[in-house]
Design a protein around this ligand. Structure first.
Ligand SMILES: Cc1cc2nc3c(=O)[nH]c(=O)nc-3n(C[C@H](O)[C@H](O)[C@H](O)COP(=O)(O)O)c2cc1C
Length: 179
């Protein structure tokens, strides 16, 4: 097992969110590969207020420490009004150096696979020197969920998930050498 550490970041925090189901599914596939240590990183656990609206030095410190301990990221992205959630953008804004020179994969969901949110995220990640890989598993609220709430992914996504992980691991290893 390599000593690479990859965080699976849950991008939503609302009551009733489905992101934990998607994150656990990705972790179960990733854990079978034996190529890195994968962990779920739940933004909700860090209780981050809106940036600048309260003294959040303790929460910000914990969040930055967690990100700094990771070599790469898998963003579990849900589409809110054709973009990423406010919770994810706020959490991203709380760190700078801890993101830099690392790689990321994106797994999204929505009515059209969360594609618009995923593309917005790519623009944000460029500013933070996060290298996002090309292969992007995109899950449909209509065909990969029952009633939009119970996650039942189609098998066809497995190929894409593993290709995304192949690219993420290669780039995470490469970028480690320049940090
Ligand atoms: C405020 C809000 C806006 C949304 N806007 C979109 C949208 O623009 N496109 C889309 O495909 N789904 C949209 N949805 C549906 C979400 O993608 C869906 O509810 C998804 O389960 C949200 O992820 P979560 O359960 O992890 O919070 C929206 C949901 C919310 C709560």
């Amino acid at each position: 097992m390599s000593d690479l550490k990859i965080g699976i970041i849950l991008g939503s925090t609302r009551e009733g969110r489905v992101s934990p189901q998607v994150g656990q599914w990705i972790k179960s596939i990733a854990d079978q590969r034996g190529d890195a240590h994968y962990e779920i990183v739940d933004i909700k656990d860090f209780n981050l207020p809106l940036l600048g609206e309260a003294d959040a030095s303790e929460q910000a410190g914990r969040w930055n420490e967690k990100l700094a301990s990771l070599d790469g990221f898998i963003f579990i992205v849900q589409e809110y009004n054709h973009s990423i959630s406010g919770a994810l953008k706020n959490a991203i804004d709380y760190a700078r150096e801890a993101w830099n020179n690392k790689a990321a994969g994106i797994v999204s969901y929505g009515s059209v696979g969360g594609a618009r949110a995923a593309e917005h995220l790519r623009g944000i990640l460029g500013e933070l020197l996060v290298a996002d890989v090309r292969v992007h598993p995109a899950l449909s609220l209509f065909t990969d969920f029952v009633n939009g709430t119970e996650f039942k992914p189609q098998d066809l996504h497995l190929t894409n998930v593993n290709q995304m992980l192949d690219q993420l691991i290669a780039w995470s290893k490469a970028l480690k050498t320049i940090r």
